[in-house]
Design a protein around this ligand. Structure first.
Ligand code: NDP
Ligand code: 2IT
Length: 448
């Protein structure tokens, strides 16, 4: 049995109840085969793959809070500090009822390689809670965030671990968490990113993941002789990533015809109206049927009633920006039958392994999330730099750096794929390019 197969078998046995984590490990380790096989004995002796699949530290804690009726509620909080070989742990906090340790581990594992790809000095981590922000009042959100940070604050710090947003965690939640950290630790430091602009946040961080997704997609298309302008795009999700992906796609001359949330999706023949979408989702925190009600060209589809989703819409480019495993094999077949040219993941692991392989076999350009959505965390690292030097850069300065980072990520993964004989396989390219830097740093730092 090869070293990769041995480790895969052990990881599966050890983490049998964590399907998302196993899925992420399966994809990464399988695509690292050419690198590992070139130096198998050394990697095995160093147990490098076992070390990379085992978080440095996992923190699980109780989060008690009082709701508006005076009832005490209890949630579970997590922070997985996965790998600090190349910098302090860095990664978001997910607030969603589906959160469990396996989901946080999959996200933390992906974050190791993503953060490495950015070229910036950040390690991999992720956190969250099974708290559901939907339908909660501002005061309930604040009490939850304060309780969550009351425990988390002893494990994080500007040079230790720097959390940020993810599903269910936006500027409001980061603000409450920052306030509580500062109060308890008596430290005014860049301990979180995605902060408000009046207290150390970076311009363009809000837009960065969606914008970065389009910068990388554009570079991938250009490299393959294809123009983004004039293309029809399907976006899923209607949150932070989806909104700014839609905005940048339109600025670059494409037409985005769909967005979705957990209950339904919109087809808008005239192209999504981003200002209206922002008003519905960011300001009113309403459902997408409110978008359709305000826009005659839009049709609302109820997911449950119709059993449908955005992927049945004919498009040239698909950008899944909602959540893991939202694009399966049947969706991939529909997209390919409808002539899709490129798929780029705004979300983390939104495409199942089977669907990814189907795209690749059918000649669809496929950009994996750890490369395509790295613009968010890259800009978080730029926020950390600004906090350290106690300065703030202009929107244009940050956006220009972001563009450079995304183009560089694509060039690096394209080159890594070519170097190992997998030209055009950007999944293999991203995993190898991300892994090499982390592996070199881990080996240099000894058995820790
Ligand atoms: P938001 O909370 O802002 O938006 C999430 C969107 O996805 C919402 O429209 C939500 O619908 C939908 N969604 C979430 N969970 C589900 C589900 N289980 N089923 C169906 N729809 C769902 O999150 P973000 O936009 O920040 O994150 C989206 C994805 O991008 C995630 O995978 C995240 O990990 C990834 N990502 C985020 C980055 C960031 O900087 N924010 C950076 C890199 C990756 P509803 O409104 O109904 O809840
Ligand atoms: O998945 C991700 O990269 C994020 N949610 C952003 C993490 C960050 O630290 O900005």
């Amino acid at each position: 049995m090869s070293y990769v197969d041995e480790v895969l078998a052990r990881v599966k046995e050890k983490n049998a109840s964590e399907p998302e984590f196993l899925q992420a490990v399966d994809e990464v380790l399988n695509s690292l085969r050419p690198v590992i096989e070139a130096n198998e004995e050394m990697y095995k002796k160093q147990a490098l793959l076992e070390r990379i699949c085992e978080p440095e530290r996992q923190i699980k804690f109780r989060v008690p809070w009082v709701d508006d009726n005076g009832q005490v509620q209890v949630n579970t909080g997590y922070r997985v500090q996965f790998n600090s070989a190349i910098g302090p742990y860095k990664g978001g906090i997910r607030l969603h009822p589906s959160v469990n340790i396996g989901i946080i581990k999959f996200l933390g594992f992906e974050q190791i390689f993503k953060n490495s790809l950015t070229g910036l000095p950040i390690g991999g981590g992720k956190g969250g809670s099974d708290f559901d922000p939907k339908g909660k009042s501002d005061n309930e959100i604040m009490r939850f965030c304060q309780s969550f940070m009351t425990e988390l604050c002893r494990h994080i710090g500007a040079d230790t671990d720097v959390p940020a947003g993810d599903i269910g965690t936006g500027a409001r939640e980061i603000g409450y968490m920052f306030g509580q950290y500062k109060r308890i630790r008596n430290l005014y430091e860049g301990v979180l990113t995605g902060k408000g602009l009046t207290f150390g946040g970076s311009l363009a961080r809000t837009e960065a993941t969606g914008y970065g997704l389009l910068y990388l997609t554009n570079e991938m298309l250009k490299t393959n002789g294809i123009e983004l302008a004039g293309k029809t795009v399907c976006v899923s999700g209607a949150g932070n990533v989806a909104i700014y992906a839609t905005q940048k796609a339109q600025q670059l001359g494409a037409k985005v015809v769909t967005v979705s949330d957990s209950t339904g999706w919109i087809y808008d023949a005239e192209g999504i109206d981003v200002e209206l979408l922002r008003e519905v989702k960011e300001v009113k925190r309403a459902r997408l049927d409110a978008y359709a009600a305000a826009r005659p060209s839009a049709v609302y589809h109820d997911k449950k009633a119709e059993g449908s989703n955005v992927w049945e819409t004919k498009c040239d480019i698909a950008l899944p920006c909602a959540t893991q495993n939202e694009l399966g094999i049947e969706d991939a077949k529909k997209l390919v039958a409808n002539g899709v040219i490129a798929v780029a993941e705004g979300a983390n692991m939104p495409t199942t392994l089977e669907a990814t392989e189907y795209f690749q076999k059918n000649g669809v350009l496929f950009a994996p999330g750890k490369a395509a959505n790295a613009g968010g965390v890259a800009t978080s690292a730029l926020e950390m730099s600004q906090n350290s030097e106690r300065l703030s850069w202009s929107f244009e300065e940050v956006d220009t750096k972001l563009q450079g980072i995304m183009v560089n990520i694509f060039r690096n993964l394209d080159a890594a794929a070519k170097k190992y004989g997998f030209e055009g396989n950007y999944v293999v390219g991203a995993n190898i390019a991300g892994f090499e830097k982390v592996a070199t740093a881990m080996l240099a730092q000894g058995v820790v």
